[in-house]
Structures are given as structure tokens and as C-alpha cells.
Design a protein around this ligand. Structure first.
Ligand SMILES: Cc1cc2nc3c(=O)[nH]c(=O)nc-3n(C[C@H](O)[C@H](O)[C@H](O)COP(=O)(O)OP(=O)(O)OC[C@H]3O[C@@H](n4cnc5c(N)ncnc54)[C@H](O)[C@@H]3O)c2cc1C
Length: 494
């Protein structure tokens, strides 16, 4: 070693995977993370982890623990489209595992999962039609030959993953190389260099901006995300959502089918629920809102989000089995869905971007975290080589240029696929009868009226409510059939 070190700014899942990889290669690494340990593990976001992510976890020695911790695949192989989570006659059901081009077998016991699962490249960077063609070309027949074995993807919340990554970082073999600074913030690129006692970026330190979607360091370096789709510029939110993490007693609701995602359409609730654990009754609700027209502080009170959640379980609410008192809201936070990929993952000599700092996608398909973890894996060996005595400093720039080339094309493919998935979700919303343009129409109507701002907001709210009542009070059999046709042949009726 030549006294070179890596400073990772941001100890989210991508930063911690990178720190683990570097620590296991014997590279001196500092991780600075603004949040506390408890905060890092509090609110589940990403939850679908791809085969490639599990392979990387296998190399870190944590894949078995993840496989041991998940619920059986039958609990999360479906997406359900319904009037409520507890609709006993859902509109449609979609098996997203069976829809993989290369079918997966049930998850095998942890000790031999790599040998026993069926091959599937479809889930290697994802589990959706088309992505394997984009990444490796249509002739992937060698995958079904049985000669290549690939790890099974899982449904596992990032909040449960974070303690595992932290624990491994503290294991004696890794901890001796790692300086973990939780509850501490980096203000600028200079600060990132100086706070680890280094002298010059790219000389004795490489800084990795793993500081997420609102990356301070990427901004300072002039990095901008570019959307692959001109209809959706990267700076503009595709949708704003309140993300509510809550628990309910598992037996308070009766489900027609266990599922990973419930797309709920009723006059009082339109949104998506993620079942993080049916056994523990742990859920996340993603509820769309319109920041220009609705008051976030009023919508995100515990009372308001509890009522919203209750409306997603209309049968249990009507029977009295689920009441406000049963819903234990742990947190509610807004977030904005965007799409974009940075033009250069090394926007300054000695600075590399990884994870959401380099790319953002709609969550449909679960590409965000998986793409970020693959960035970390691609970056780790390059930084380990730079940090080793064999490599001279001039090798860093070309190595980071090829990091950009390799990871940017993967991010572009993920952006395209997640946009296609997002448009499929919008198509379902239209098929049930609720035009995705209803909100813009309400917006235009409210804007046109010569009224004070607050009254305009009331008009907007009432118009959106009226549109939901008109469209969703009863979903006709022909509309339900249209939803099923959208997913055919993979959709089974409820
Ligand atoms: C509702 C939702 C559902 C999602 N579902 C999925 C899914 O199923 N699968 C999937 O792959 N992805 C999913 N994603 C995306 C996924 O959560 C992100 O892609 C992932 O968290 C990105 O990881 P990251 O480490 O790059 O960034 P982050 O998780 O945002 O972590 C960045 C960290 O940097 C810290 N930080 C920021 N600035 C500073 C600073 N100046 N100094 C110190 N620390 C700083 C922050 O506190 C934060 O902890 C989802 C996202 C959302 C919002």
C-alpha cells in the first residue's frame, strides 16, 4: 500500500456494500454517513434483490443469512390488482417469477442455493421480459443448459439488509481496514479529502459519492442526470408519493392471495402496498400526492396516513376487524420518482459516483438498489488495484472511464426497462377506468378559475376525489378483463 485510501460519502446500502468489498480486499476505507445506525435500519425502501446482488452477497458471505431470513417464495411471487388488499375476488393476479423467461425453482436451503436453483439470466440484472435481450442478446440458450447456475432473487427489505451489512463491516477481518463514521456529514469534495487527512483527490484518496438521489458531491462536480426518454426530463418528478411504513396484526386481514405488491383501486385509496412480511404484518404503502396542490404536512400526519392505510383494506375496515387502533404507523416520508443517468460516473479526477448519485429509476421492477450494488462490485476491484502498490496513479483515470462505460450502459438499460414497467402500471390505471390524466385535468380546471390559492386547492382535491368515485365505485367485468389482458399471458384471474 502507498497510504492510498478511499472515502465513501454515504453509508446507504450501496456505500456499505462497497465498503465491505474494499475492506475484504484490504483497502483502507472511510465511510461517512449522516444518519445514525437506528435511522439507517428504520424505513424499508428497496426490497427486490436480483440474482446478481445475491451473487455479490455470496462473495461477502451474507447470502445465506438473507435466504434464511426471507419468507417462502409463494408469499411474494405474485402482484395482485384489486379493489382492496383484502379483496377476496381480485381483478387480476400476476406471477412475476413465472413470467421470467427462464423459470426459477423454489428457493433451496441456504447451504446449497447456488447449486440447486434453476438458471436464470432474466433476473441477473432483472426478472422482466426483455432485459436479458438488452444485456446479452436474444440467444441465451446456454442458460437453460443447466451448466450455469445463478442465485435466486429475493424479496427482502433494505431496512433488514442494513444491519447485516453493518455487522459484516464490523467483523474483525474487515473492521481493521474500515473507519465507519455514522451521524456525520460531508459538506463538500474538499471536506471529503481533508476530513480523512488526505492531501489531493486522485493522489492519495479517491472519493466515492454514494450519497443518494440528492448527491451534494455529484452536484458540486457538475454532474447532471439525463433521461433516456425526452418525454420525461430527469429534473421533473414522474410522480410524488408518501411512503408509509406500518404494522398491522397479521390475522386482522384475510387475503385471497399472498403477494409482494398489491395495486389497490377504490374510490378512497389508489396506490401500491408492499407486503414486507405477511408473518409479522409489516407493510409499506405508497400513496401518490400532488405537491403543488396538496399540503404535505396535512397529508402525512399519523392520523391522515392511518386513515389512508385503513381505506386500502375496505373489507377488514367494514367488518371492524381492522380499525385505526390496530394500525401502527412507524414512519411516513415523501419521495419523488425520477428517471435519469449521469453522463460520466467519474466527473472529476479522483471522484466516482455510485448508486442513486449516478442513476435514478421509477421503482417498478426494483432496479435502483440492484444497479447500485452492481456499480459497487464493478468499482471495488478497480479501487483495490489503484490502492495497491502495483498500480501507478495514471492508471486511475482510464480505469474509471471504463467503469463509466460499463455501468452507464447497464443503467441505461435499467432506466428503459423501469420506464416500460412504469408505463404498464399506468396502463392498468387507465384500464380500471381512472385516467392518469385526471389529475392534470383537475389541475387545469382549478388553475383556470379566478379564485384564491387555497380555494383552488380545494377545487383540485374535490375534482380528483370525484374522478376516483366516478371511475372506481364499481369496476365493470369488461374493465377487469382489460386489466387481465394487459398482463396476458402471465396474469391469472383472481
Ligand atoms: C419506495 C421505494 C422503493 C424502492 N424499491 C426498490 C426495490 O425494490 N429494488 C431496488 O433495487 N431499488 C428500490 N428502490 C430504490 C432504492 O431504494 C435506491 O436505489 C437505493 O436506496 C439507493 O441506494 P444508495 O445507497 O445509492 O442511496 P441511498 O439509499 O439514498 O443512501 C445514500 C446515503 O447517503 C447519506 N448521505 C447523503 N448525503 C450525505 C452527506 N453529505 N454526508 C454524509 N452522508 C450523506 C444519506 O443519509 C443516505 O443514507 C426503491 C426506492 C424507493 C424510494
Amino acid at each position: 500500500m502507498l497510504g492510498r485510501r478511499v472515502h465513501i460519502v454515504g453509508g446507504g446500502p450501496v456505500g456499505l456494500v462497497l465498503a465491505n468489498l474494499l475492506g475484504s480486499y484490504g483497502v483502507r476505507v472511510t465511510v461517512t454517513e449522516r444518519r445514525s445506525e437506528a435511522e439507517l435500519s428504520a424505513h424499508p425502501q428497496a426490497h427486490f434483490l436480483s440474482s446478481r446482488t445475491l451473487e455479490i452477497f455470496s462473495s461477502l458471505g451474507i447470502a445465506d443469512a438473507v435466504y434464511r431470513a426471507i419468507e417462502p417464495v409463494a408469499c411474494w411471487k405474485d402482484f395482485v390488482y384489486a379493489r382492496g388488499v383484502d379483496d377476496l375476488d381480485p381483478i387480476a393476479r400476476y406471477d412475476h417469477i413465472a413470467s421470467s423467461v427462464y423459470p426459477l425453482s423454489p428457493i433451496a436451503p441456504p447451504t446449497d442455493h447456488l447449486e440447486a436453483t434453476a438458471p436464470t439470466l432474466d433476473s441477473c440484472d432483472h426478472s422482466h421480459h426483455g432485459i436479458h435481450d438488452t444485456l446479452v442478446g436474444p440467444d441465451a440458450s446456454f442458460l437453460s443448459s443447466g451448466s450455469l447456475q445463478i442465485a435466486h432473487p429475493v424479496h427482502f427489505p433494505s431496512s433488514a439488509l442494513m444491519p447485516m451489512l453493518l455487522e459484516r463491516l464490523r467483523s474483525p477481518d474487515v473492521a481493521k481496514f474500515v473507519d465507519l463514521r455514522l451521524g456525520s456529514e460531508v459538506a463538500s469534495i474538499d471536506d471529503a479529502v481533508q476530513s480523512v487527512g488526505a492531501s489531493a483527490l486522485g493522489d492519495d484518496v479517491v472519493v466515492v459519492a454514494a450519497d443518494g438521489a440528492h448527491s451534494t458531491l455529484a452536484d458540486e462536480a457538475g454532474s447532471v442526470l439525463v433521461s433516456p426518454d425526452p418525454r420525461f426530463p430527469a429534473g421533473k418528478a414522474l410522480q410524488s408519493l408518501i411512503n408509509v411504513h406500518f404494522f398491522i396484526p397479521p390475522h386482522a386481514v384475510e387475503l385471497a392471495h399472498p403477494a409482494m405488491l398489491y395495486f389497490v383501486y377504490n374510490p378512497e385509496f389508489v396506490g401500491v402496498l408492499v407486503a414486507h412480511s405477511l408473518a409479522r404484518g409489516e407493510w409499506v404503502a405508497q400513496i401518490p400526492f400532488f405537491p403543488e396542490w396538496q399540503d404535505l404536512s396535512a397529508l402525512s400526519t399519523t392520523r391522515a396516513v392511518t386513515d389512508a392505510v385503513l381505506a386500502a383494506f375496505p373489507a377488514a375496515r367494514a367488518s371492524g376487524r381492522l380499525t385505526r387502533a390496530h394500525i401502527d404507523v412507524r414512519s411516513a416520508a415523501p419521495w419523488s420518482m425520477r428517471v435519469g443517468v449521469a453522463g460520466n460516473y467519474a466527473p472529476m479526477p479522483g471522484l466516482a459516483l455510485a448508486g442513486d448519485a449516478a442513476h435514478q429509476f421509477p421503482p417498478a421492477g426494483g432496479f435502483g438498489l440492484n444497479t447500485g450494488i452492481a456499480d459497487a462490485s464493478n468499482l471495488a476491484w478497480r479501487l483495490a488495484r489503484w490502492a495497491s502498490a502495483e498500480a501507478d496513479c495514471t492508471q486511475l483515470a482510464p480505469s474509471l472511464a471504463s467503469y463509466t462505460a460499463e455501468r452507464r450502459s447497464a443503467a441505461q438499460a435499467a432506466a428503459n426497462q423501469s420506464m416500460a414497467n412504469y408505463e404498464r402500471v399506468l396502463a392498468v390505471t387507465s384500464a380500471v377506468g381512472l385516467s392518469p390524466g385526471a389529475a392534470s385535468m383537475a389541475q387545469s380546471a382549478a388553475t383556470a378559475l379566478p379564485l384564491p390559492g387555497l380555494l383552488k386547492n380545494v377545487i383540485f382535491d374535490s375534482s380528483v376525489r370525484a374522478a376516483k368515485y366516478a371511475a372506481l365505485s364499481s369496476i365493470s367485468p369488461s374493465r377487469a378483463a382489460a386489466v387481465r389482458n394487459l398482463q396476458a399471458p402471465a396474469v391469472a384471474s383472481g
